[in-house]
Design a protein around this ligand. Structure first.
Ligand SMILES: O=C(O)C1=C[C@@H](OP(=O)(O)O)[C@@H](O)[C@H](O)C1
Ligand SMILES: C=C(OP(=O)(O)O)C(=O)O
Length: 448
């Protein structure tokens, strides 16, 4: 895993326009869930388009360690023979979660209602992230935790079977917390309910239904109420994973800020709980057209055609935050190139991602020579009005893939090179990022 390898610095500089067609890798959130739910079905599922990034491979390894038979049959093609709900086995060694919050929190949910004990470890970044947000509801369901100080990794979890169904109102807008409780509910007798005052990505709900779980979603005055009836049998599926809108975001912004660019990003998941960046960029004047709208794997998908356009500052609506939470780093790069002062608040969750993404991006803006004002929950950014960034310096990625990729894209619009101190974390979510960037700079269709 990248955390153990030597840092790999790389410089990014301005060049000509970006041209060509790229296909982004499979969605990370959906890929984790495809492996987990297939692992809990009785029989054989097939997955196409799985993201083969380090985070998803950590999920695959953990599911294998708990008895699932998981095999890669070709690029992006995987075969999973599940153990059935309730059938997870005691892992014989600690579950190594690498850099992945999603793997950790969702698996903590699964294990909570199985009669097994598991230790979770992670890299230096993951070991700083709060797990109390899942420990709290899962403890109410009967699981027992011994965590490191501050509710962090490494931690030990002992599941309880049968667990106790709960009704849980999410105190933080988090699809990971929602999913952890629903997954614990999968092997819990009775009905487990999650109330979500602010909608977050709904891939767990869509996919659990597709696997045959008894799951209902109701819009109420309190928010969305998701109810799952436990001890269900999941049916094996053929899953096609659509392209990751979070990965597509880097190219949307790159093409928007590099003059003369015109690119197509194929096969992007357009689930409305994930498209906040597109909404925000369009408000800023970005030229993003949708073509070939279709449904893939139960998710809306489209190809995006993005052309360079002058961007103007906006006040980013705070209610977009859950639908673009991972895209703020690259949105900040777009804001830094826009005309005027962009205000992005209501995103305090950025402080507890792979790095503190507000501080980390503020440091990137320092390197770019862009003025900003930090807030506890966001940034105000004084855009360059289309002028190249000053650039010339080294950015610290803090083991954060999205900081590495955002800084790389900023380098494409900078007068002096922007050096990313370590590009290896891109393998977390986008192993082909650098190859795709080369293809776009050379105006080649990817793979051609
Ligand atoms: O459920 C998921 O797959 C994810 C949910 C989000 O995290 P939170 O639930 O912590 O907001 C997001 O940041 C993460 O990249 C993936
Ligand atoms: C926050 C992210 O992932 P995770 O929480 O799974 O580490 C991300 O991919 O930006």
């Amino acid at each position: 895993m990248h955390a153990q390898t030597a840092p790999r610095p790389l410089a990014f500089s301005a060049g000509g326009p970006l041209r060509g067609t790229v296909t982004v890798p499979g969605d990370k959130s959906i890929s984790h869930r495809a492996l987990m739910f297939s692992g809990l079905a009785v029989g054989e599922s097939r997955i196409e388009g799985l993201l083969e990034g380090e985070d998803v491979l950590a999920t695959a390894a953990a599911m294998r360690a708990m008895g699932c038979d998981i095999e890669r049959t070709g690029p992006g093609s995987w075969r999973v023979h599940g153990v059935g709900v309730g059938g997870l086995l005691q892992p014989q060694a600690a579950l190594e979660m690498g850099n992945s919050g999603t793997s950790t929190r969702l698996l903590m949910g699964l294990i909570a209602s199985h009669p097994i004990t598991a230790a979770f470890t992670g890299d230096a970044s993951l070991s700083k992230r709060p797990m109390g947000r899942v420990i709290e509801p899962l403890s109410r369901m009967g699981a027992d935790f011994t965590a490191s100080p501050g509710g962090r990794l490494p931690l030990m979890e002992r599941g309880l079977c049968p667990a106790v169904p709960i009704e849980y109102r999410l105190p933080v807008a988090s699809a990971q917390v929602k999913s952890a409780v629903l997954l614990a509910g999968l092997n819990t007798p009775g009905t487990t309910r999650v109330i979500e005052p602010v909608p977050t990505r709904d891939h767990s709900e869509r996919m659990l239904r597709g696997f045959g779980a008894a799951l209902s979603v109701e819009e109420t005055a309190e928010g969305r109420v998701i109810a799952i009836t436990g001890e269900a049998e999941l049916q094996p599926q053929q899953i096609v994973v659509p392209g990751d809108p979070s990965s597509a975001g880097f190219w949307m912004v790159a093409a928007s800020i590099v003059p003369g660019s015109a690119i197509t990003i194929a096969n992007v998941c357009m689930n409305p709980t994930r498209t906040g960046l597109i909404t925000a960029l369009r408000m800023m004047g970005a030229d993003i057209a949708e073509a070939n709208a279709r449904t893939v794997g139960g998710e809306p998908v489209a190809d995006l055609v993005v052309r360079h356009a002058p961007l103007r500052a906006i006040e980013v609506p705070p209610d977009l935050a859950p639908s673009m939470i991972d895209e703020y780093p690259i949105l900040f790069v777009a804001a830094a190139m826009a005309q005027g002062r962009t205000m992005a608040r209501g995103a305090e969750e950025l402080r507890v991602k792979e790095s503190d993404r507000i501080d980390a991006m503020a440091a990137v803006l320092d390197v770019l020579g862009v003025a900003y004002q930090p807030f506890e929950d966001g940034l105000a950014i004084e855009g360059r009005g289309g002028d190249r960034f000053a650039g010339g310096g080294t950015v610290t990625t803090h083991l954060d893939h999205r900081i590495a990729m955002s800084a790389a894209i900023a380098g494409l619009a900078a007068n002096a090179p922007v050096t990313v101190d370590d590009v290896s974390p891109v393998a977390t979510s986008y192993p082909d990022f650098l190859a795709t960037l080369d293809a776009l700079r050379e105006g080649r269709d990817e793979g051609a």
